[in-house]
Design a binder for this molecule. Structure first.
Ligand code: GTP
Ligand code: MG
Length: 210
């Protein structure tokens, strides 16, 4: 897929103020620092479209990016940042839950997982909650460049085994590196295949209609 245009549209805390849900949308969720914003830049082949940082907690809002004027990518704030207060964690949860459960044009939520770590309950809970809400999920393992090939294979197999203890089927899985571009073509192909699945929300049903 050729990324001809990638534009930042709007940042929000309120799902009701997001762009009209008239184009297919893909959201990126995961722990703080897992590499959501870096992955968005890698997918768009732009260095500074989404803001990244070595410090966790960089992305604080729901950020919409319009790609090729055809579909949206959404960068979300990360969860599980140890230094964040209980109040800010509760705020995060409310904001993200509302976005995820109300966004009618959301075709897939990509859950990002650091490939270097064994399965973390905070991630598997998010995956389960999305499953319960029937929000389609794909898993993206990040920072593949930081591991040796053998470690990638072992960690991936462990993760799949862990998921199959509670799931009958595995979701689509991508292994990526924002550094080398690994996984870009696979995710582009996935998005290209899924975009036609989207049928614009009937205007009559559209709660955002003015
Ligand atoms: P929050 O916005 O805080 O939730 O974080 P985020 O998930 O958006 O992470 P971000 O993209 O800002 O990246 C965090 C750090 O990880 C940065 O220092 C990135 O350069 C680094 N990083 C992200 N992806 C990769 C990757 O694939 N490989 C390597 N080596 N570093 C990465
Ligand atoms: Mg970020």
């Amino acid at each position: 897929m050729l990324i001809k245009k990638a534009e930042f549209i709007i940042s929000n805390t309120d799902h009701k103020k997001c762009p009209l849900p008239v184009l297919p949308e893909y959201a990126f969720i995961g722990r703080s620092n897992v590499g959501k914003s870096s992955l968005i830049n890698m997918l768009c082949e732009r260095n500074k479209l989404a803001k990244t940082s070595v410090q966790p907690g960089k992305t604080q809002l729901i950020n919409h990016f319009l790609i090729n004027k055809e579909w949206y990518l959404v960068d979300l704030p990360g969860y599980g940042y140890a230094k964040s207060s209980k109040t800010s964690r509760a705020k995060w949860k409310k904001m993200i839950d509302k976005y995820l459960t109300n966004r009618q044009n959301l075709l897939t939520t990509f859950v990002l997982i650091d490939l270097r770590l064994p399965p973390q309950s905070i991630d598997t809970e998010i995956i389960s909650n999305l499953g319960v809400s029937q929000i389609p999920v794909a898993l993206v393992f990040t920072k593949q460049d930081k591991l040796k090939k053998r470690e990638v294979d072992t960690n991936l197999e462990n993760y799949k085994k862990h998921l199959l203890e509670s799931w009958e089927e595995l979701p689509p899985i991508f292994v990526t590196s924002a550094k080398t571009g690994k996984g870009r073509d696979e995710i582009h192909n996935y998005i290209e295949k899924n975009n036609p699945v989207f049928t614009p929300v009937q205007q009559a049903d559209n709660p955002f209609k003015k």
